[in-house]
Design a protein around this ligand. Structure first.
Ligand code: MSP
Length: 671
């Protein structure tokens, strides 16, 4: 049944350009909006800007322009970022919109007329940064309890909203509605705050002190406190932004997504404002955690705020969206680093789903004339023993489809993405098990080959549906490469997913890599291109003479064998063994034995020529985690430079490549 789903982000202050923290809330809201549209719900997704108040007035003064011009100039910075991040908001609200201002004034007047706003003289401790008063008992050592900046004592006549009278009702509402504040752990935080008497809220600022705000309709000497103006956006937008009228259609909001720092303003100020206005409370307020950068708090003064535009330039939109939701359980704090982002992009996306698509389509191209092969109905089931792994992967994938709602309703994005990437790994595993590159050489194995390739392609089609909310471009790209024209704006998840919608005979359109691999740059490391490329021929395992990693040489098969019977631990320690992930593999022309590999070493990419071609087909090796000798001098084999040596077991001919069983970061030391 179709449901309405109204989701909001906080409206962002325009006193600064957007950073990764703003992108986080907006991307998460977008994922929820896209998911619900895919489920067939009637979605309204709102984001926008908070343009009044002291912070913005100060920023405009610093820029030497009037606040309105300043705000207008900031709008494109946010809008263009949301475009780049594929944010699908249905409306964009600005608190300087005339209609918003009129709406706020209407609500203020109604509260004033009902005696819920009154004037009184007040002496309190004022924090300019947070734009709010604190009482004597809140302020320790002259510092704001929230931002820890110095506060000043101010005596003013101000207007107050009778917030205190809603205290008991709010406590009851929170206790009766366990889904009102989420994650559940945040309930106690708000209930703890409500254990102290809830004071009335000062909702005005004298114009003599702050002029950039919405004038109080009943006293032109004052402007409205910025939060009393900003929070109202969640309902003002429904009144004046299209599609309208939409208040009855979308209110109460399904989810207000906010950062943990603004949970109290939402759970307490906004809820009591709504109670006073006689309007139902939102269903859920979800508070997510904060990102630090390389372990440090992100701030303008530290100069470490991450510009999402730069991240997109380097990694792409989908990789950033994936990272933000995969790296940290939603609700908890996380640490942002380029190293972590590179690792995720390469291991989960480039070597994971990206590689799966590429190898599947390469094999279909090569062996099935570029069309999706045919598998007789019921064939896999009849041969269930033979196709055990393949049927298991299919079942697991369909089962995940039945659990998507649970993950999304629980805000368990990271778990969901973990399950999705694991399902892609299942497919890789059955491909390896059936070795389609061998099947292709035997005409009697045609049916088995078709079964494996069809199943892989159909799994990819289904995976594209699952990843769409988080990675919309990649989802479209997968389906296009599979030769399909899928309309992701239609309610594709409104019914249970059915197996077999991919039609045999469909002409695939293999394109470029779904997720280009990124070069990871650990702090302090030189870029790969800076590494020296000595040209002298190889001698085995020499000690590096510089601290820059040596580019080693020589494939396994070309090694001289004259090693002493015993070596000391010091001698052994001279050999740098490291894990590496095979990114690509191809045969060296005119050689039966040599394969040219590109491997990811975590901090750099290497080319290795290895004598393993008799035993392994190139397609088999992609994505494998191998062990290499990382400090051999380079050597040329059949004119191709080899910058390392793979480890493999076997006496004369290579028998078994040494691999690592578990997930492991490329570049990990092997001892
Ligand atoms: N204008 C108010 C919100 C009014 S909503 C009616 C505001 N704006 S803000 O621009 O300062 O912050 C907006 C959001 O960005 C908040 O949800 C905040 O939690 C989030 N973040 C700011 N820095 C952040 C991180 N370092 N990490 C994650 N989110 C962060 O508050």
């Amino acid at each position: 049944m179709q449901q309405t789903f109204y989701i909001t982000t906080p409206i962002y202050y325009v006193n600064d350009v957007p950073h990764i923290g703003h992108a986080y809330t907006t991307v998460a809201a977008d994922v929820l909006a896209r998911y619900h549209r895919l489920r067939g719900d009637d979605v309204f997704f709102l984001t926008g800007l908070d343009e009044h108040g002291q912070k913005v007035q100060q920023a405009a003064a610093k820029a030497g322009i009037d606040p309105q011009t300043y705000c207008d100039g900031m709008v494109p910075r946010f809008r263009s970022l949301w475009n780049r991040l594929d944010i699908s908001n249905d409306a964009f609200v600005r608190t300087t919109d005339l209609k918003h201002k009129e709406f706020v004034q209407k609500q203020l007047q109604a509260l004033y007329d009902n005696g819920l706003i009154y004037q009184k003289d007040y002496t309190g401790w004022y924090c300019t940064f947070d734009e709010r008063f604190w009482t004597e008992k809140d302020v320790a050592a002259g510092l704001c309890p929230d931002c820890k900046r110095p506060v000043e004592q101010l005596s003013e006549s101000n207007y107050f909203f009778r917030m205190g009278q809603y205290q008991d009702r709010l406590i009851k509402h929170i206790q009766d509605n366990p889904h009102f504040i989420r994650p559940l752990s945040r309930n106690n935080e708000v209930l703890g705050f409500l254990q102290k008497p809830l004071e009335d809220l000062s909702i005005s600022r004298p114009k003599s002190r702050l002029s950039w705000g919405i004038e109080l309709p009943f006293d032109p000497g004052y402007v409205t406190y910025v939060w009393f103006d900003a929070l109202v956006n969640y309902i003002s937008a429904l009144e004046y932004l299209p599609p309208k009228p939409s208040f009855d259609r979308y209110w109460p909001a399904s989810i207000h997504l906010v950062g943990k720092d603004i949970l109290t303003t939402h759970a307490v100020y906004w809820s009591t404002m709504l109670m006073a206005l006689g309007i139902a409370l939102p269903t859920t307020i979800f508070a997510h955690g904060w990102w630090t950068v390389n372990g440090e708090k992100m701030s303008k003064s530290r100069g470490n705020a991450i510009d999402p535009n730069k991240v997109v330039d380097e990694f792409g939109t989908d990789a950033l969206r994936y990272f933000l939701l995969r790296e940290v359980p939603f609700g908890q704090d996380g640490d942002f680093s380029v190293q972590a982002l590179s690792r995720r992009t390469n291991s989960d996306l480039a070597n994971g789903i990206g590689n799966l698509l590429s190898r599947t389509l390469t094999m279909i191209d090569r062996n099935c004339d570029g069309t999706i092969p045919d598998v007789p109905q019921g064939y896999l089931e009849r041969e269930s023993e033979k196709y055990r792994l393949l049927l298991h992967a299919k079942e697991q994938l369909l089962t995940l489809g039945r659990h998507l709602d649970g993950f999304v309703e629980g805000f368990e994005f990271n778990d969901l993405l973990l399950h999705i990437t694991s399902r892609a790994t299942d497919v890789d595993i059955f491909i390896d098990e059936h070795e389609p590159w061998r099947l292709a050489k035997d005409p009697d194995k045609r049916l088995e080959l078709n079964a494996v390739l069809y199943t892989a392609a159909e799994c990819l089609r289904i995976l594209s549906l699952y990843i769409y909310p988080v990675m919309p471009s990649a989802a479209k790209n997968i389906t296009e490469q599979l030769g399909l024209d899928v309309d992701f704006s239609s309610p594709l998840l409104s019914q249970e997913i059915t197996w077999g919608e991919l039609q045999s005979g469909t002409k695939i359109r293999k394109g470029s890599a779904l997720f280009p691999r990124v070069e990871s740059k650990p702090q302090g490391a030189k870029p790969v291109s800076d590494a020296p490329t000595p040209s002298q021929p190889t001698t085995a395992a020499s000690t590096p003479t510089t601290t820059t990693p040596q580019i080693p040489a020589a494939p396994a098969a070309a090694q001289p064998a004259a090693a002493p019977a015993q070596i000391t631990i010091d001698e052994f320690m001279k050999i740098q063994l490291k894990t590496a992930t095979v990114l690509s593999a191809e045969r060296v022309p005119k050689s039966e034995k040599l394969l040219k590999l590109q491997v990811d070493l975590g901090s750099e990419q290497r080319q290795i020529v290895a004598g393993i071609g008799k035993k392994y087909e190139p397609e088999q090796l992609i994505g494998k985690k191998i062990v290499i000798v990382a400090n051999l001098k380079p050597a040329k084999l059949m004119g191709i430079e080899s910058q390392g040596m793979v480890l493999a077991a076997g006496d004369k001919d290579v028998g078994w490549l040494v691999t690592v069983l578990e997930e492991i970061d490329p570049g990990t030391k092997v001892k």
